[in-house]
Design a protein. Sequence first.
Length: 870
Amino acid sequence: MSAKVKTPKEVKETPLMKQYNEIKNKYPDACLLFRVGDFYETFGEDAVRAAGILGITLTKRGAGSPSETALAGFPHHSLNVYLPKLVKAGLRVAICDQLEDPKTTKTIVKRGVTELVTPGVSMNDEVLQAKTNNFLAALHFGKKTIGISFLDVSTGEFLTSQGNEEYIDKLLQNFQPSEVLVQKGTKNNFLHHFGSDFNLFYLEDWIFKEDYANESLTQHFKTTSLKGFGIEELTEGIISSGAILYYLSETQHNKIQHISNIQRIAENAYVWMDRFTIRNLELHHSNNHNATTLLDVIDKTLSPMGGRLLKRWLALPLKEINAINHRLEVVDYLKTNPETLHTFQYQIKQISDLERLISKLATGKISPREINYLKESLDAIIPMKELALKSKNEALRIIGDNLHACELLREKITATITADAPVALNKGNAIARGVNEELDELRDISQSGKSYLEALEARESKNTGIPSLKVAFNNVFGYYIEVRNTHKDKVPENWIRKQTLVNAERYITEELKEYETKILGAEERIYKIESELYEKFIMWCAQYIQPVQLNANLVAQLDCLQSFTQMAIDHNYVRPEFKDDFILDIKDGRHPVIEKQLPPGTPYISNDVYLDNENQQIIMITGPNMSGKSAILRQTALIVLLAQMGSFVPAKSATMGITDKIFTRVGASDNISMGESTFMVEMNETASILNNLTDRSLVLLDEIGRGTSTYDGISIAWAIAEYLHEHPAKAKTLFATHYHELNDMHEQFHRIKNFNVSVKELKDTVLFLRKLIPGGSAHSFGIHVAKMAGMPQMVIQKAQKVLKKLEKSHKSEGSVDLTTNDELQLSIFNMDDPLLEEIKEEILNLDINTLTPVEALMKLNEIKKMVSKK
Ligand SMILES: Nc1ncnc2c1ncn2[C@@H]1O[C@H](COP(=O)(O)OP(=O)(O)OP(=O)(O)O)[C@@H](O)[C@H]1O
């Protein structure tokens, strides 16, 4: 063949690809969906990725030519199906639309990116989960503190705070942002402190400047300062908030008037829980995906905003008695007034996601049908408002008073939008009759069209004597009359032939042409008028953004409170009583999650727990594995948490002073292969508790020290318990351990009390009674448990023999009494060994004045290692 092969230089970019490349260059890190006609196309690497994720066909454009490129696309109306898949796969997606009507331009259609959807910035229902906020976070490392902001663009919530690394870590755990914006220069800093589990996006350093942030925020909120929001002192928080606004404009989110407020996360108003505690207690998240969390059990909310608020309440339990009592009083009231409860529940079920609907309205993305949902939801609020106002409960009456009836908005929606409005505006029939005269007339014309055509068909059929004559429409030449070949000769002369088929001919007439212009013109005009009216109406509605947001929040609160009430009714929870003291007194407490998971017929054994700062500050709980020690520890924390959320609790009674911090630590699992590093981690985690104790803290230590050898473990556990006892805060502590040696502590430290989870020892086995009773345990039960777990008989027998032998030899050596330190010291220093010198050296080099208790423990551990190595 003589065809000349083009060299790359000669390959001419088509105008379309030129436009594509220009836009793509502006969004190099996003997958660009490029609208061409009725399709969204992706090219090159984007196409390869998109085809893989979406399972759509990957083809080639210009196959065989030097400009060959991969291509994959999907119909534009499937955007809602495909977009979430791309975003959930972690891609940033730039949606590039046609910015002008292709019919009206002769050259190439203007195109531009209309939205950049990222995991943290999305309004799309398919990307979002109903009961979960979708937060974008931004973080700024200041000189002393770290600033953080969270924004859920789908609900308009904007929050900020600042604090040390531990605090920021806790917030990141609680808010679980889908995307975190970090200053480029502090990338390593972030990874070092907060790990690599987050979806990070790096922004240029210049964006994180105070002046820039202040200006963007005041401009956005149309205020002169940030004083009104109570955040003007939070320099780092403000800087991170500025970065969030910057990112919104970068991602083409410019209609954001629903972000009407920025709130400070008031760190002092809520119970402090660090990340280990949040994780250990499995509040709303579990490492084991199948595990049931506390949230799964207590969530009886009926609306998406209620579900989201419950999560927030769970993450941020209150510390102020009055605020807690307000919630408890409402629950109490609803529990004793079932009719009110049922009405609330019924009404809440009628309410759609008000918060997200109003955000969609603000961003201009609300559909006519959704406007109707908005109205129906607002209608459903009216009976709730009336009922709340009538109630005998003050907190409820305040809610009732604050609920906004939005009367004019509801009226206007009914008058403006048709009752059966379509999902898409271009489907027509969105604007009600009576709004616009011209629109109504045009609709009459267009609607009379069908009968007009039928009449024309009948008339022409009669005039010409052609019985099978048919009027129809196609896209090529509009309306036509079709005549079968058998009647061809009866066609009047003035008809114009347009198309010949095998069996028929198609004609147009003057009358049909005129009619067509009128009809098609009417439809186009109807669409134009409807769009204009709709846009104007949405703009008018925007004045209701704040009242609707307020309603959404109040409905969410009522929803959480009805959820607490339902929980209390279904599972026999009681109202906790708060006192201004330091006592925690739970009678017949239960574990809210475990009690629901036991097989039918197995009762959950309830337990009393009493702690105070005077006589019973630390409870040392011993008992074999699987006896229920952890359950007692956790249920105590969960009862306190539920109570301070304002919920009733699983117990016969619960009286308590406010708890301000909850710490839990669980010893590394028995997996010895995890070795020393696990032990170090455990010690570091424990150290952070010891440095933050208050007299209102609740500390739960579960098998601390078990990641190391027995004697190390006992020493560490002992020293920590001693420290907690001697610390002036006198923090209330539950200490679960299988080291029965720790039972000796109570003799020396009078606020430590021994308890054990009772078991009944039968001939070769133990029966778990699961009752917490006063007194220590005499020995460990590991072997019994192994037996229960199905260990082969031979192994058990051997173990029993070894144990007996060990116990004997231990006795003959004289057991080490841990209450008298002299003997322990003697056993080290009596050794006639060069090791002695080495140890002496170590000790002499210690600077006791700068040593923290935990460092001392570590040192002790090191010395022990030296001895045991020997
Ligand atoms: N009070 C109770 N009533 C009924 N069942 C219980 C109770 N407490 C615990 N259980 C059951 O026993 C199992 C073991 O309890 P838990 O984990 O608290 O034991 P443990 O003593 O902490 O054991 P380990 O030392 O192995 O961690 C629980 O998963 C639960 O099924």
